[in-house]
Ligand binder design. Sequence first.
Ligand code: NAD
Length: 489
Amino acid sequence: MSTTTHKYPDVKNYIAGTFIRNGHKSLEVFSPLDGKVISTVPLSDAADLNAAVQSAQKAFEGWSSIPVKERVQVFYRYKTLMEKHLKDLAKIVHEENGKTMDEAVAEVEKSIELTEFACSIPQLIAGELLEVSRGVECRVEHKPVGIVASIAPFNFPHMVPHWTIPNALALGNCMILKPSEQVPVSSNRIAEMLKDAGLPDGVFNVINGDREMVEAICDHPEIDAVSFVGSTKVAKIVYRRATSHLKRCLALGGAKNHLIVFPDAHPEMTAGNVTASMAGCAGQRCMAASAMVAVGPADDIINKICVEARKIVPGINLGSVISGAAKERIERYITEAEKAGAKVLVDGRNWKVEGFEGGYYVGPTVIDFVKPGMASAKEEVFGPVLAIMRVSSLEEALKIENDSEYGNAASVFTQSGAVARQVMDKASAGMIGVNIGVPVPREPFSFGGWNESKFGVGDITGKSSIEFWTQLRKTSVKWNPEARTNWMS
Ligand code: NAD
């Protein structure tokens, strides 16, 4: 296998602090910007996973016994390294995922923010201690779970791994990351930089692969916890399989996010926010607005949304979608909606970007008069497509939102506090926005949806993640013989 013809070296596994690549089946890695092969990725086998688990086990005793204030020093250094190499890291994301360079920079900046949060973990986990009887103290400490795995999707090659890496490691766990085989290049840079920041070998490992490797991770007897981010279909498989082996599991799935727009909404702000939410990262965000529910007269705001959408041009300020298959799927949703009677106001089908003819581009698409039963209204399209449904009351809008099987995000655009309050109370979603199109909670607030957008207890980031990555140790202590008054002893 040659490394010379590709833009990036062959992706490798990272085990015990060493990059390893040998005799595996492999896949080509394409840049969706132009369809060219930029690297290759190994499809690892059970022996590779065993080696990674053994390396993590070997490192665990040392790493978990280092005081947390010392462990986070690695992440202070790592954060500085990411800041220094921001543009290079973003370039990898841009090329392997297809999002714009600006979006890729924002993605790496978010990884930096996530790492910053991990640096505050010592302050957050300072334990509880109470004299529970005379002379008897009880104290509570957060202890690591052990060997943990993190399985990632294609849409944020850098940020999603950072939802888990800094917190899980700062809390004393050792990790095996399984990146998406579609965007595996970033993971090797992450490993390299963690090593440069001083992370001991074996604490962080990377295993590449596809479905087979995910299944092997779920089944591996020495892996204690599995976090997963991806589609709902696979989240269910992973959650069932990992928990059937009595592992702790948190599996984030897909989404269908609703934006409920009222006639009193600020027109320019609403149009700008809705369009950015729908088209940002080519609609391949689990927080993307893909369904807008317009309550009452909405022609003015919809016209403004169309004006904004036409300013977004593939190859200029809009990236590609991940693959030819994704482009076909997205365009099929548009065509089906049109055939079913919806009106395509802005049509992003059949885009070609000059000089990037091999790339996979879909332009922003606005479809009006979509009915709640249509596929584009219910299913995750995962492309820059906004399906607009028109209703006449808040109750109808909430019913559409509540009927969705997903529950990642929902937003309301209005100037009325009373209306906003009702959506905040009644929407069936984990993350709510008021006049905000992409209501991602920033640190220290946690990220996670409801319903079929997440399986498992707690959220994947922020304070909530501390519970997932740790177990509580409760210790009762008595030293003085005169402290006899104790109901148990
Ligand atoms: P995906 O489910 O296809 O893949 C995710 C991971 O699972 C990859 O590492 C892949 O190798 C593995 N995988 C794929 N098929 C598998 C199978 N049958 N069995 C076991 N493992 C399998 O997801 P994707 O296409 O890479 O990412 C897009 C999806 O991720 C969207 O649905 C998006 O909404 C979702 N997502 C959700 C969140 C969230 O926070 N809820 C965040 C990012 C992405």
